[in-house]
Design a protein around this ligand. Sequence first.
Ligand code: G1P
Length: 289
Amino acid sequence: MRVKKAVVPVAGLGTRFLPATKVIPKEMLTVVDRPTIQYIVEEVVGSDIKEVVLVTASGKSAIEDHFDYSFELETFLSQKGKLDLLKEVRHISTLIDVVSVRQKEPLGLGHAVLVTEPVVVDEPFAVVLGDDLVDAEVPCVYQMIKVFEQFRESVVAVQQVPLEDTHRYGIVEGREVAPGVYEVKRLIEKPPPGTTTSNLAIIGRYILRPEIYGCLHRTLPGVGGEIQLTDALDILRKERGLYAYEFTGKRFDAGDKFGYLQATVNYALQHPDLGGIFKEYLKKLVSSF
Ligand code: G1P
């Protein structure tokens, strides 16, 4: 069963970035020269997935437009002979085929995944959360697909975090069965401090078997009164099995102001035109403190 679709929930209001996100979707905020959603889509495309199922809400149409043709802009660039820009703009619209599904009420991440059932139906799929940017030589989703192909059960990406931060994440307790691969024994969404000794935190990448939909139908509201994907995964774990995979790469929480700044610095330092001068600038800045 090949993973051909990626579900990308983008219905959130982005309150952590107000007032910047009053009118602009948070997924359209720029890291260096691309909106954060483009980093997500490039990871998905780099993992051999072309079909993206966006879970949207009102006010999010700029995301769909970003990956669509822009007749006016392309005609303008062509008439002005700005062929490099034209190529860049066209390239974005050829990256993926987009299907949009509306999440009519903000009932949680589990609910956002559940509304994609009519589109995904009965095949394995990736879920990629836009707040988590992962800079990796081999795209994180691609690494996870390899684990899925080996173990044939759903896989969540995890990262070790300081114990004092575990209450901010879904936490996995498990037994290591191969280097970096854990058989999951228990999942807890945002555990209160002191209730788990595990520091394996779920980051926003999942490869899910379609049986997750049946589990989501049976999942009751959890933390924050929301339908939590983590709770549905705990049902899936009991009924089929579940693996956690410690991926290789650097993860940034771009949904948080400090994480967003770190991502900006990271990608700016690697930028072909800006990397060199930006590094020099940072060195001077640091030595002036
Ligand atoms: C969601 C998930 C959580 C996961 C996190 C990763 O939480 O519910 O299990 O650890 O994403 O970013 P959120 O950050 O949306 O509250």
